[in-house]
Design a protein around this ligand. Structure first.
Ligand code: ATP
Length: 363
């Protein structure tokens, strides 16, 4: 877990607490967000991510701790005087105005000539791929286009930080996936720091440089997507991000022993909660296990099992396989390929796995 950024720090959160009456909504939040970083706050509903975003924006006063932007303590600084701008979930587009008028709305009080405003609007629309849409009526736009208008309106003010609260949640799945990639590209192009709030782990993994996973007002882990996925700090994070098989295990001096897999030695990095002893559990991602077809050999270790359940997804299939000697089945994901049939429930199969893919947790 790295609370510090390797970039120049732009937002510094130190010991931030927030109470709503007796309710402790933010508990000792400490983290740095770097200049130009795409940073996500990820967690289940009610974990405090929106509260933290609003606190950075200045809409919410914190109970204790310090939030500073570019080294300046933001205590008492109102939202409009902070170098931040917020894009809301319900992207508040004015339907009776044109696209250009919507984007220019933020400039209404700016001391600029009409020509300068018009140029800025054009540039902002260009940035979000709506260069030729300025004259269109906003009500005639698709959900994804509205989202882009909202982004252009926020970007035109040239904030140092763009705060995004579930900006894609109103879009359908396909549009959301497209916008995830677009938003990521846009962030790289404009180089502004983005802080995104989402409860969608896939969204966070796709777009972010670093992700803070939050539960009950606390940061449970702050890391880049790959570390978060491969080396979750605890069982709760492991369970929240992606799919994880948990198997009961027992730690001894020689390593960890798991029913169905045998005994293996683990590297320290595979034990995020420190050295283990006695009852513990191990986690294995479905894609780190694979079913071996005729003639295939395991690169690392091999075991046997019987297929308990088959879930077909078109591009891939999930197999729940009961490994020999194990109590519960493990989930294995296999990419479907031409010329290879999906296996049936009840089939005996060989399973390849790799001890290096295992993470072990205490308790
Ligand atoms: P969601 O994804 O559902 O918006 P969240 O992680 O963003 O969840 P917050 O909106 O930050 O969560 O809320 C954190 C907790 O603080 C919740 O339990 C919420 O009920 C509580 N809370 C938020 N705002 C207030 C308020 N103004 N007064 C009292 N409690 C509040």
């Amino acid at each position: 877990m790295s609370l510090k950024t390797s970039r120049e720090p732009l937002i510094t959160l130190s010991g931030v607490h927030k109470y709503y009456g007796d309710y402790h909504a933010l508990r000792d939040i400490t983290a740095e967000i770097g200049a130009g970083e795409f940073f996500s706050l990820l967690g289940p509903s009610g974990c405090g991510k929106t509260t933290l975003l609003r606190a950075i924006a200045g809409f919410e006063e914190i109970s204790s701790g310090v939030i500073s932007l570019s080294g300046k303590d933001m205590a008492g600084v109102p939202p409009n005087l902070r170098p931040t701008n917020m894009v809301f979930q319900s992207y508040a587009i004015f339907p009776h105005l044109s696209v250009a008028q919507n984007v220019g709305f933020g400039l209404r009080r700016a001391k600029m000539s009409a020509a300068e405003k018009s140029r800025a609007i054009g540039e902002a629309l260009e940035m979000v791929g709506l260069g030729s849409y300025g004259g269109r009526a906003a009500h005639a736009l698709s959900g994804g286009q509205r989202q882009r208008v909202a982004l252009a309106r926020a970007l035109i003010l040239k904030p140092k930080v763009l705060l995004l609260d579930e900006p894609l949640s109103a879009l359908d799945r396909k549009m959301r996936e497209e916008m995830q990639v677009e938003l990521m590209k846009l962030q790289r192009e404009v180089g502004i720091t983005f802080v995104l709030v989402t409860h969608d782990q896939e969204e966070a993994l796709v777009m972010s440089d670093r992700i803070a996973v939050m539960f009950e007002g606390e940061i449970a882990q702050l890391d880049d997507p790959e570390v978060l996925y491969r080396r979750p700090a605890n069982r709760r994070v492991a369970d929240f991000i992606g799919v994880m098989n948990f198997l009961p295990a027992h730690a001894t001096g020689e390593g960890v022993s798991v029913a169905g897999l045998g005994t293996m030695a683990l590297e320290p990095a595979q034990m995020p909660s420190g050295p283990l002893s006695g009852a513990c559990s191990v986690g294995l991602r479905p894609e780190t296990l694979s079913i071996l077809y005729d003639g295939e050999v395991a690169r690392s270790r091999e075991t046997q099992g019987v297929i308990d359940e088959v879930v077909y997804y078109g591009d891939m299939t999930y197999y729940d396989v009961r490994l020999e000697g194990a109590e519960a089945p493990v989930r294995i994901s296999m990419r479907n390929v031409v010329g290879r049939d999906v296996l049936d429930v009840g089939a005996r199969t060989r399973v390849a796995w790799d001890p290096r893919a295992i993470v072990a947790f205490d308790g």
